[in-house]
Design a protein. Structure first.
Length: 162
């Protein structure tokens, strides 16, 4: 009897380890399979002054509102949030947004850095990325909306091609 109970318990444990969750489907093809629309949390942040960047610590789609002398934002240390994804949009028509990260180091190759998704070198001497404002009121530069993905060591970023 104990052996049968042990086999049943182990079967349930094995099945839960390899479980796939389906929303709107009874036959999921991935760990999470959504057959329908997906909504993600949208958050608005105001910029911080030089040396006191506003931390980005919530949301997925993030509207950045830099203002004169308050243009800085800072992502979490990429080593503490592997796999984290942020879509950042500078909604200002007049101010660029500057993105930093915790864990950055002024020495190239030391600490957390930003890498362009197109394979070019890291961006900025202190690991910063500038997102342009829509000064021309025409939808802006390709850096107006960027996606940032943590690989567990650094941030890879690129434009969405929208």
């Amino acid at each position: 009897m104990k052996n049968i109970l042990l086999i049943i318990v182990l079967t349930f444990c094995f099945n839960s380890i390899n479980a796939q969750v389906g929303i709107g489907t009874t036959d999921p093809k991935s760990t999470l399979d959504i057959n329908g629309n997906l909504s993600i949390k949208v958050v608005d942040y105001n910029g911080g002054p030089s040396g006191a960047a506003t931390p980005i610590d919530d949301g997925v789609y993030i509207n950045l509102s830099p203002t004169a002398f308050n243009v800085e934002f800072i992502l979490p240390n990429a080593t503490t949030v592997p796999g984290r994804i942020y879509v950042l949009r500078n909604i200002s028509d007049s101010e660029n947004a500057v993105i930093y990260t915790f864990g950055a180091n002024a020495t190239a190759g030391a600490g957390v850095e930003f890498f362009r998704g197109d394979g070019r070198n890291s961006q900025g001497p202190l690991g910063s990325v500038t997102m342009t404002a829509d000064v021309g009121n025409d939808g802006g530069d390709i850096t107006k909306t960027l996606i940032f993905i943590s690989d567990g060591a650094n941030w890879t970023y690129g434009h969405l091609g929208l």
